[in-house]
Design a protein around this ligand. Structure first.
Ligand SMILES: [Zn+2]
Ligand SMILES: [Zn+2]
Length: 173
């Protein structure tokens, strides 16, 4: 766990470079594997009571293509520009607060910044939501499962939706 006591951040800022084991971070995203250590490169600057964090995170993940189910690597190069605020005091029972507009901010508690939360969150957000091995992936044949990037199959091709428009148009004539 990477924790930085705020008292240890000098006035000129604290540059940090380290690599983090994805397992240690408890990174779990369905359909995604983290093969390499995550490279964290950040600078922490004190601007009391806020700690600003800038820099970048690099990771490499193996995703499964949503169309053809092949595995492929996606390099993640995540710019970081955020801040840690003091955690708000717990509210008395029965009271609640509207979520703040600075929802992207992180919070620190007891004068200690825990970078793990930030790294985990930023990496999860950067993982492609519906990964495709390439923009024009042909996917698998819905009938026989043939990988259409590799070769065609004998199944009848589905009607081209572009022609459907033309057909409609001609019908109306
Ligand atoms: Zn694919
Ligand atoms: Zn087929």
């Amino acid at each position: 766990m990477t924790q930085i006591p705020i008292s240890e951040i000098p006035e000129e800022g604290l540059p940090l470079s380290y690599s983090e084991d994805p397992v240690e971070l408890d990174l779990a995203v369905p359909g995604v594997r983290f093969l390499q250590a995550i490279a964290v490169d950040l600078v922490l600057v004190k601007a009391a009571p806020v700690i600003s964090v800038t820099g970048g995170i690099k990771a490499s993940v193996t995703c499964e293509c949503v169309r053809c189910l092949s595995q492929f690597q996606v390099p993640l190069d995540i710019p970081v520009a955020t801040q840690f605020r003091p955690a708000p005091a717990p509210l008395p029972p029965g009271e609640y607060q509207m979520p703040s507009e600075e929802a992207e901010d992180y919070y620190y508690q007891d004068g200690v910044v825990v970078l793990d939360d930030l790294v985990r969150q930023e990496v999860i957000l950067a993982v492609p939501f519906s990964p495709q091995c390439r923009a024009d992936c042909q996917g698998l044949c819905p009938q026989c499962g043939q990988d259409l990037n590799v070769g065609t199959c004998a199944c009848a091709p589905p009607p081209d939706p572009r022609w459907a428009v033309l057909r409609e148009y001609l019908k109306g004539k």
